[in-house]
Design a protein around this ligand. Structure first.
Ligand SMILES: *Cc1c(COP(=O)(O)O)cnc(C)c1O
Length: 408
């Protein structure tokens, strides 16, 4: 059963209509709900923060946020403030953290919307304090410590005065003055998908030291968190008080070299589908698509599939990734174009209007997002996030129920 549902207020998302759209992204919200519950069962008695940044990894911010909350998410998180504000505008009151900012940001709307702010830098701390003072409120802040990723977070390489120590001191002053409450301290792994990578233990040690520093400064931190999906699943000691789960809640494995989705008890929620728009017989030797990088070896049937790199099909998938057509896997023939791809269907019986599945959960033999990632040497994160908001989402809601009352 598929049920097109309304997009978030103000979003540019196209509502699916077969009268208009030749292709769409189907999102199984029931799978997401089941995944959230399965992951909570795996991580045990720690809080679950469901990461819905980047339009919920391409699955649709608001429908996914609602689903995650109904399935028991304690927290939601985004990178961008715009997405955090959209969650509040949709009437979702769940605790919410947002961590990626640049100078010029106005934190006042975030504080008015009761959004917790990740703070990595002194400029951001000053801006949060200023916004809190102007509103006369106390801002909830999670200090981000760079324990070795070398990305955002205040750097804390070891002993002595560090960027993070400076940030902690300033935060302690502001907390004493009542303008902020340092509710959390957090960090992020560089290689949690390789549990034996030496950086994992080093980062964990650095985080222990950073927590101790915050304690010594009297910050009385309520929530310490450093685990993404891979760490939540592979490194029980890194779960601390809360895990920040992204990829795994969408049913994809964060450690494809070690474990499959099924190993983790989750299933992919996204299926990308298009209707064949043109079917033709061509002779052996026919070149296909721009540059003729593919030539038909025999007399064959070519299918036109109306999705291209402008929609989210990576151009690197040219003559690499498979699709499912008429129950069979067939490779994309030649270059991916902006709006379309071509499939060499051989002698398969295919008609205009038949559905082609680019990738999905894999249940019917279609490739998975992980198969596409492996075919073009990237990660499944990139495959699912590429599909733009102009490709309509169709939400399957049949398996969702708000059964928090059944949980302990
Ligand atoms: C994206 C992100 C996550 C979620 O990562 P997954 O690997 O998708 O689970 C967690 N924490 C931070 C800081 C992130 O940027």
């Amino acid at each position: 059963m598929s049920n097109p549902i309304d997009a978030a207020p103000g979003s540019q998302r196209a509502d699916y209509s077969p009268a208009v759209h030749p292709a769409w992204v189907e999102v199984d919200l029931g799978a997401i709900a089941d995944n959230v519950r399965a992951l909570q069962a795996t991580v045990g008695n720690v809080q679950m923060m469901c990461v819905v940044k980047a339009d919920a990894y391409g699955h649709g911010l608001i429908p996914v946020a609602r689903t995650a909350v109904a399935a028991g998410a304690d927290w939601l998180a985004t990178a961008q403030l715009s997405e955090a504000l959209a969650i509040r505008a949709a009437g979702i009151p769940t605790p919410l953290l947002c961590w990626l900012h640049a100078p010029g940001v106005d934190f006042a709307p975030a504080l008015e919307a009761d959004i917790d702010l990740g703070v990595s830098t002194e400029w951001a701390l000053d801006a949060v304090i200023a916004a809190a003072q102007s509103l006369g409120v106390t801002a909830n802040v999670h200090l981000k410590v760079d324990t070795g990723l070398g990305r955002n977070g205040a750097f804390s390489p070891g002993e002595g005065r560090t960027d993070f120590a400076e940030l902690v001191d300033r935060a302690a002053v502001a907390q004493a003055a009542g303008s902020i409450n340092v509710r959390g301290i957090f960090s992020h792994f560089a290689a949690a998908d390789e549990p034996n990578h030496p950086s994992v233990a080093a980062q964990h040690d650095a985080f222990v030291a950073a927590v101790a520093l915050a304690d010594e400064a009297g910050l009385d931190i309520e929530i310490r968190h450093m685990a993404n999906s891979a760490a939540a699943l592979e490194l029980p000691h890194a779960r601390w008080d809360l895990v920040r789960v992204g990829l795994a809640m969408y049913g994809l494995s964060p450690t494809p070299d070690l474990h499959s989705s099924a190993d983790y008890g989750v299933r992919p929620a996204m299926r990308v589908i298009a209707r064949v728009s043109n079917v033709k017989r061509v002779p052996a030797g026919q070149g296909v698509s721009y540059g003729y990088s593919y030539t038909c070896a025999e007399d064959t049937t070519l299918l036109n599939v109306p999705l291209g790199y402008g929609d989210g099909v990576p151009r690197h998938a040219s003559s690499k990734a498979d699709v499912l057509v008429a129950g069979q896997r067939r490779q994309i023939a030649g270059r991916v174009c902006m709006d379309q791809i071509v499939i060499d269907a051989g002698d398969l019986e295919v008609a205009c209007g038949d559905e082609v599945v680019l990738f999905g959960p894999g249940d019917d033999g279609e490739p998975t997002a992980q198969d596409w990632a492996a075919a073009i040497d990237t990660i499944s994160y990139e495959i699912v996030t590429r599909f733009g908001p102009h490709v309509p989402r169709v939400y399957l809601e049949n398996a969702i129920s708000d059964d928090r009352s059944n949980e302990d």
